[in-house]
Design a protein around this ligand. Structure first.
Ligand code: SAH
Length: 468
């Protein structure tokens, strides 16, 4: 570690800023926010800095060297002249004062990190001056993860800390209480400024608190690309004690879950079937009843061919609190990454999502409706029954030349997208040995892909992408 991150208390502490231009201004604003007493030293000082003069800030129209530096806690060299920075650096070193030269790391011994300020929560990020752009990008990600209301949450917690301490005797109970508080609806209430409702909810949760209260987060993990996760999904993955996941959830995504969370796969594993749905339901109930916070992580969206509805029913019947987080469903993910707009003013006003995998005793699909022209049909789990699908659609009137795409491993680096016509569908699957997970898209819009394809994967270079 080249630099040790520390947070310093600068209230009323004397700080010298050498330089009076826009670069100095940015640092002055930060120092003012931290309550420092600032002296700005420069032969000429810009109007924006002058406008800040007052009790906290004093302007001295002098060159460096004409002013005594002893007594300052920090010095900021914000001149654009390396020779002057060098002079300031030497003087500061000799006087044992911390010095930062803006954009000139050689003439300084501390640096300003990129910060996310949600006071009292402050996050500092640094690349040690090596990759400021990377640090800034990380800051943007952290900013997205920390909503503005985090600041209000922090203030609320500070006000109520003593009350929680008095009500709950052990550290474990208090931690558990706060974890639930921060993950529940409080954040939305606080963000929307509903103070009275927040206070009521708080008092109620404190009164109702009982240790070992489990809960379940039913979370859509999207089709594969980890960056398609929602911020909420990430939060619940970080918070859960146990992750119960499907085979569709990629390792890259699982790697983002809390490191010490237990992971339980309910997927098909070599030679074994996946856990039947009622056993998954029972497992969720059992874990929550044992006091665990369970993240039920599912591919795509939990409510689109994800059986999330059945899991909610089981949890509701057992009176277990649950939350549902939507995810990018395969239709949206695969279509976007294959360059196929599912609707288009000129080609399709309607999209139908269907499954190729009906219940054994299930009703026949409404083929006449599925075979209509100028609509897009997206078939989940459609590989196995593709021959029936093709025959039925054509016999119910869909043009045999309707463009189709099969997108395998959509949104992942190994995505393959194969296109052709409806009558070729079973042959395409066979010929290219396409396997699950794969999505079939049927409709006039598929023809746009040859123009609109933008996602180039390593695999695509060798792939079998064909024009319709
Ligand atoms: N709940 C999920 C769907 C689960 S059903 C969702 O909303 O996406 C499983 C089917 O989804 C697979 O058989 C396949 O048809 C489709 N699927 C899921 N992820 C996919 C991916 N990355 N690429 C292609 N198809 C995918």
């Amino acid at each position: 570690m080249d630099f040790l991150p520390i947070f310093t208390q600068l209230q009323q502490q004397p700080v010298l800023v050498v330089g009076g231009g826009p670069v100095a201004l940015r640092k002055i604003q930060l120092l003012l926010a931290a309550g420092a007493k600032i002296t700005v030293l420069a032969p000429s000082i810009c109007a924006e800095v002058e406008a800040l003069a007052g009790e906290q800030l004093n302007c001295l129209y002098q060159r460096f060297g004409q002013h005594e530096i002893a007594g300052y806690k920090l010095i900021i060299a914000a001149t654009d002249k390396p020779a002057v920075n060098a002079e300031i650096y030497q003087a500061a070193q000799a006087a044992n004062i911390w010095i930062n030269a803006v954009d000139d790391p050689e003439h300084g011994n501390f640096i300003f990190p990129a910060i996310v300020d949600r006071s009292p929560i402050v996050v500092a990020i640094s690349s040690g001056g090596n990759a400021p752009v990377l640090a800034r990008r990380i800051r943007e990600k952290v900013e997205q993860l920390l909503p503005q209301s985090i600041s209000l949450m922090g203030q609320f917690a500070a006000r109520c800390r003593d009350q929680v301490k008095a009500a709950l005797p052990t550290i474990d109970q208090r931690r558990d209480f706060w974890e639930r508080w921060f993950s529940g609806p409080a954040q939305q209430l606080i963000a929307s400024g509903r103070q009275q409702a927040t206070e009521q909810l708080f008092q109620q949760q404190l009164a109702d608190f009982s240790p070992n209260q489990g809960e379940v987060y039913i979370v859509g993990a999207g089709p594969g690309d980890p960056e398609l996760l929602t911020i909420k999904a990430m939060q619940y993955m970080q918070q859960a004690d146990v992750i119960v996941h499907d085979g569709l959830v990629s390792d890259d995504i699982l790697a983002l879950a809390r490191r010490d969370a237990e992971r339980i796969s309910v997927a098909k594993q070599a030679g074994f079937h996946s856990l039947p749905q009622d056993e998954i339901n029972a497992l969720l109930v059992k874990l929550a009843q044992a006091g665990q916070r369970v993240c039920r992580l599912k591919g795509g969206d939990p409510f689109i061919y994800g059986r999330g509805g059945e899991e909610c029913e089981a949890l509701a019947a057992a009176d277990i609190r649950y939350y549902v987080v939507p995810g990018v469903t395969a239709a949206a993910g695969c279509a976007a990454y294959a360059g196929i707009p599912l609707t288009h003013r000129d080609y399709a006003q309607t999209v139908q999502l269907v499954t190729g995998h009906c219940r054994a005793n299930g009703d026949e699909p409404d083929w006449a409706s599925l075979a209509k022209a100028r609509q897009t049909l997206v078939v989940y789990m459609g590989l196995i029954n593709s021959t029936t699908l093709t025959e039925q659609l054509i016999s119910h009137g869909r043009d045999a030349n309707t463009p189709v795409a099969i997108v395998e491993n959509g949104t992942r680096p190994e995505q393959r997208s194969v296109t052709g016509t409806l009558e070729q569908l079973p042959a395409l699957i066979n010929q290219h040995q396409l396997s699950s997970p794969a999505l079939i898209i049927i409709g006039e819009v598929v023809a746009l892909a040859s123009n609109l394809q933008w996602f180039h994967t390593v695999a695509a270079k060798h792939s079998t992408t064909e024009a319709a």
